[in-house]
Design a protein around this ligand. Structure first.
Ligand code: R5P
Length: 310
């Protein structure tokens, strides 16, 4: 087995390599003067089972191209099997046509990954489970729920906890967490009553006096999270914290979360945290390298991956 890392999240790749007790293969990924990407795999991969670790996080297009070019190099070097390990799968939110003459970019990205040489894909908390079906190669979608449930049990008193889905689309994910920590579930229903009027946040469920735990797959601008936290506090919640798998945190998101009523936001390191994230007063990072490492080991040894979540 060989592990190859792109440049998007070197720290995570190294932590996965440590878990698997295999060094990262030597692979040169550099730029020409005009910013074209050049890759050279510096060791023999002929006949190897190769796992390429690369989140397609910002800058998404650069990181995606790096992943595609690394896989092309591996395929031409006669790797036996290539698994694209994409902890954060960018473009996933473009999974349907929101209007006429718009793309389904998640499907296009799936096609590109397959065409570049991936035989399998391994990812975590896909924005929508059906994106698995955009690939015609085996695609394992891991869940962060067990890792997050463990962290909640270590850091919170479960007696008064309530899991909150910050929008109707995230209910299935939030319900899975609520079940695991044996807590009730409430839902934030975001609605614009009339065009041009501001959004109304209705809370489905009684949150008064509860310690609310928001759970979602992505925090990007932080808008969804901060607005949900305000609505919950206005309805009498005792406190609000949040667990999010992918800390995209673009633009002024960190400042927005720091200034919000969220007691603590916990993200995984599926995307490499910036310095601003690491020094934010109310953001903490929980590692997922062991989960990915274990899944890689099971794929390589042809053992069950789903039993990781039993
Ligand atoms: C949307 O369906 C996702 O699950 C997230 O809720 C969304 O991407 C968060 O974006 P933002 O932080 O910009 O509100």
């Amino acid at each position: 087995m060989k592990l190859v890392a792109g440049n998007s999240n070197r720290a995570l790749a190294e932590a996965i390599a440590t878990y698997l007790e295999i060094p990262l293969a030597k692979c040169l990924v550099r730029r020409f003067a005009d910013q074209e990407i050049f890759v050279e795999v510096m060791e023999n991969v002929r006949g190897e089972d190769v796992f390429v670790i690369q989140s397609t996080s910002a800058p998404a297009n650069d990181h995606l191209m790096e992943l595609l070019i690394i896989m092309d190099a591996l395929r031409r070097a006669s790797a036996r099997r290539i698994t694209a390990v994409i902890p954060y799968f960018g473009y996933a939110r473009q999974d349907r046509k929101p209007g006429p003459r718009t793309p389904i970019s998640a499907k296009l990205v799936a096609n590109l990954i397959t065409e570049a040489g991936a035989d399998r894909v391994l990812t975590i908390d896909l924005h929508a489970g059906q994106i698995q079906g955009f690939f015609d190669i085996p695609t394992d979608n891991l869940y962060s729920v067990p890792t997050i449930a463990r962290d909640i049990k270590e850091h919170h008193d479960l007696k008064n906890c309530m899991v909150i889905s910050p929008d109707v689309g995230g209910v299935v994910r939030a319900r899975a967490l609520a079940k695991r920590i044996d807590a009730p579930l409430a839902i934030v229903d975001k609605r614009r009553e009339r065009p041009g009027e501001s959004e109304v946040m209705n809370i489905i469920g009684d949150v008064s006096g509860r310690h609310c735990i928001l759970f979602d797959d992505i925090v990007d601008s932080g808008g969804t999270l901060c607005n949900a936290a305000d609505a919950l506090m206005d309805k009498g919640a005792a406190s609000v914290s949040a667990y999010i798998t992918h800390g995209v945190l673009s633009g002024g998101a960190v400042a927005r979360i720091t200034a919000s009523r969220i007691g603590e936001l916990v993200i995984t390191d599926s995307i490499q945290p910036t310095e601003a994230v690491l020094s934010a007063r109310n953001i903490r990072v929980t590692p997922i390298a062991n989960l990915i490492g274990e899944a890689i080991s099971r794929i390589a040894n042809e053992h069950s991956v789903s039993s990781l979540f039993d």
